[in-house]
Design a protein around this ligand. Structure first.
Ligand code: NAG
Length: 169
């Protein structure tokens, strides 16, 4: 039986390899617990540096979004909560419990992502897409697939941080 199978071997060796991971667009990973303090240009960049996710100037304050860095004027390609007043202070955070939040100094939190499950990792991809992955590496939310005005502020209730956390999630 063995000699009979030998001629098959060369064909098996020359089977083309599966597409390699390096052919995929590169991404900058953002781990849980990462945050950016509000300031003009504070952002996470894609590996090419062409796209960034973070704070860009709007009116007399800041807004949160994804912009193309290679144009002379930043070209915003996605914006969170388009109708909100400009931000002047606060943080953009990927929380340890897997939520992407904008928090104001007052304690008000606003979810930027709508996900059915917590994120395990975020990434700014060279394509311009900012994504959240679950623990299995499946994309659970992305700017490419999201409207820009789908969330509402959760106002802080003194003495009820747990309630606030639930509202914000
Ligand atoms: C980003 O995270 C993914 C999933 O854990 C991993 O496969 C990839 O190598 C990471 N990329 C970088 C640049 O660290």
């Amino acid at each position: 039986m063995v000699p009979f199978f030998l001629p098959v071997l060369p064909f098996m060796i020359f089977v083309s390899p599966p597409p390699t991971v390096s052919a995929q667009p590169k991404q900058t990973n953002i781990s849980l617990g990462s945050s950016l303090a509000a300031s003009d240009g504070a952002s996470w960049s894609s590996p090419s540096g062409h796209f960034a996710f973070g704070f860009y100037p709007k009116a007399k304050g800041l807004a949160i979004g994804v912009w193309l860095t290679t144009t002379p004027k930043k070209t915003v390609v996605w914006t969170a909560n388009r109708d909100d007043p400009p931000i002047t202070d606060g943080y953009l955070t990927l929380t340890f419990d897997g939520r992407l939040l904008c928090s104001a100094p007052s304690g008000a939190e606003k979810a930027l992502s709508q996900g059915s499950e917590p994120a395990a990792l975020a990434a700014m991809i060279d394509t311009g897409n900012f994504v959240l992955y679950n623990l299995k590496g499946v994309i659970i939310w992305s700017t490419f697939s999201s409207p820009t005005d789908a969330s509402t502020w959760a106002e802080p209730v003194p003495g009820w941080p747990a309630l606030l956390q639930r509202i914000g999630s």
